[in-house]
Write a protein that binds this ligand. Structure first.
Ligand code: M6R
Length: 610
């Protein structure tokens, strides 16, 4: 959370920094600010609200450069007002920060004893005070940083400029991301590659405890003891800036929903052997011998990725016959779970930076378990740190509301399960072939669903007035119900709950009356009749039914106010198709309610604090 950009180079820093911040606004949009050199002075301008407010404020300001830093904030400590916006400048030092300094009270007390009173309510300003104190003792920026790092506890990426050194940028981090873009004659330091991918694709990823010092474009890396790291790897990133544009769609979320056929093709690309109709994964970092040996699977994720993992549990157990557990990362992390020796830990994440998921990965590695990341962003922290990796390859996902990540995660997890099933001979070859055929058919079936968008929109327009929503489903469709409710909550701010259909009678049915809309997943599968009975039960109590079923289901059509169809699929691919109407319903409700679809309130795309 929070987006950081720093620039040194021949361009006007204001433009590069604002362009970078615009592409990072998905990380937080509570306030924004810059500290940019204007001749020899470091000028700080900050503004509450979105970046556009800051842009307005500095539209006629000339900053001569050569460097500067900027920040877009997701507030943790202190209200989202101007005083708490970053950068924080103390003496000659200006700082932007992403993360949380956990021992900020202790630091504040230490500073108070020196009669230093911060002017904001943030933990971040304290870092600027600590660095400034060191510089006043005659230390240079690197020496000051080496003395400050041991005083900080928590997760942080920190970028610093010093008014006395206009050609210098310095950054350091622990547990949240920080990247260095190395251009021809320029350096850009940022939280995400999207901030500079239009300028350079040469990237160095800062590891925890590393410091980067850029002086006149010469970049050096150091460890916390101040020793230079001479073998820092420079990666060439394959994403490009066009992939992160709206391409004629009204919102990133809408674009990403419509990108799903292509995203799913990319997820499957080169993992499927078309001759034998089986799955042979490209090297993941784990060996076939290891895949044969695991006797338990533990999936860990947050939010939408957790829902994808829940869907995958059914598939893993049915095709690999391995007992599979799914946990929310923030719960697993402090849950003292006991994992058996031969457990494969699979972390599922779009960004590869989610703080709790990363912490679980580290915990499981420390306990000696093999880990595999199902991850979308290449070179992200989770990608770099896990033993093995399976990329979802869905391309950049910018909308805060995750869509193509969800479907591509389910597909990637099914590929993994089928790969393991083949190696372990845990299900018949013909069964594997049937699943592979169903997966290969999926992208064109998703296209069919997308072609029904006008029906989804029509249904959505009649839903804006309901008091509450229940999303219900059974089996693999139960996690899709959870996902549907999450989509609706996060971008429309309407109250929605996801429930297993069979659980309604154990309490939630008491909520049902004519002001309640029930979105029911009832594809033609082994649980169809049971689902229909549950639909009858809520219908009898006055609920408005929006049913999602297979092809033209006359019975469901009769029961529901809106009937939305998906193509005929298998029990395993139904859940992926079900996601499409669910995503588009939420999208259209949000648009009708004039919500900020891509930047819903209080949220950020990449949750890098716990
Ligand atoms: O990047 P990750 O997949 O680890 O992110 C996990 C969640 O933060 C994310 O899925 C979140 O729930 C989305 N906003 C849901 O749309």
């Amino acid at each position: 959370m929070c987006g950081i950009v720093g620039y040194w180079g021949p361009e006007k820093p204001k433009k590069v920094i604002l362009d970078g911040l615009r592409s990072l606004e998905y990380r937080g949009y509570d306030s924004a600010g810059v500290a940019i050199f204007d001749s020899s002075k470091l000028k700080v301008v900050r503004s509450p609200g979105k970046l556009s407010q800051l842009e307005e404020k500095i539209k006629s300001s000339e900053f001569t450069g050569p460097s500067g830093i900027g920040h877009t904030r997701w507030a943790t400590h202190g209200a989202p007002n101007e005083k708490n916006a970053h950068p924080h400048k103390v003496g000659s030092i200006a700082v932007v920060h992403n993360g949380i300094i956990e021992n900020y009270i202790e630091i504040k007390e230490k500073l108070a004893k020196k009669k230093i009173m911060p002017s904001s309510d943030t933990d971040s300003e304290l870092i600027a005070h600590l660095l400034s104190l060191e510089c006043k003792k005659g230390k240079n920026l690197l020496e000051a940083t080496l003395n400050v790092i041991p005083q900080l506890r928590g997760a942080y990426s920190i970028l610093v400029v010093n008014e006395d050194e206009p050609d210098t940028l310095l950054a350091f981090k622990n547990a949240t991301p920080m990247l260095v873009g190395i251009g021809e004659k320029e350096i850009i330091i940022a939280s995400d590659v999207q901030a500079f991918i239009s300028r350079t694709n040469r990237v160095a990823y800062l590891e925890d405890g590393e410091i980067v010092l850029s002086k006149k474009g010469q970049v050096k890396f150091f460890n916390v003891r101040g020793q230079e790291i001479t073998n820092k790897k420079i990666h060439e990133v394959k994403w490009n800036s066009v992939m992160a544009e709206k391409a004629g769609f009204d919102h990133f979320m809408q674009k990403e929903i419509f990108e799903q056929p292509q995203a799913l093709r990319q997820t499957m690309e080169s993992h499927v052997d078309h001759d034998s109709m089986t799955v042979k994964l490209k090297p993941t970092g784990l060996t076939d011998a290891q895949f044969k040996k695991f006797s338990r699977i533990q999936l860990i994720a947050c939010g939408t990725a957790w829902h994808a993992a829940l869907v995958a549990k059914y598939f893993f157990e049915r095709v690999t016959k391995i007992s599979t557990q799914v946990d929310i990362a923030s719960e697993f992390r402090y849950g003292h779970s006991i994992l058996e020796k031969d457990t494969l830990v699979i972390v599922v994440t779009q960004s590869g930076e989610t703080a709790d998921t990363l912490a679980c990965l580290r915990l499981c590695k420390k306990e000696g378990h093999k880990t595999l990341a199902v991850v979308n962003v290449p070179h992200s922290s989770i990608d770099r740190e896990s033993h093995g990796r399976l990329y979802t390859n869905a391309g950049p996902e910018i909308g805060v509301c995750s869509t193509k990540a969800f479907t591509s995660q389910i597909v990637a997890l099914q590929l993994l399960a089928l790969h393991m099933a083949r190696l372990r001979k845990s299900c018949k070859v013909t069964e594997i072939q049937e699943h592979v055929r169903a997966l290969l058919e999926l992208p064109s079936q998703v296209e069919v669903c997308l072609n029904h968008d006008k029906w989804f929109k029509e249904a959505a327009l009649s839903l804006t007035a309901y008091r509450g929503f229940l999303y219900i489903g059974r089996g693999v469709n139960y996690p899709v119900a959870l996902e549907g409710a999450l989509k609706l909550k996060e971008i429309t701010y309407l109250h929605a709950e996801g429930y297993p259909s069979g659980e309604l009678k154990h309490g939630p049915i008491a909520l049902v009356d004519s002001s309640m809309a029930v979105v029911a997943m009832a594809s033609k599968d082994e649980l169809y009749e049971k689902n229909v009975s549950n639909i009858e039960e809520v219908r009898a109590r006055g609920a408005q039914i929006i049913a999602i079923g297979t092809e033209d289901d006359a019975h469901l059509r009769r029961l529901s106010r809106h009937y939305l169809s998906i193509p005929k699929a298998t029990w395993a691919t139904n859940s992926i198709l079900m996601a499409i109407p669910v995503q588009l319903l939420s999208y259209h409700v949000a648009v009708a309610l004039k919500r900020d679809v891509d930047q819903p309130r209080n949220l950020a795309k990449s949750v890098t604090v716990e």
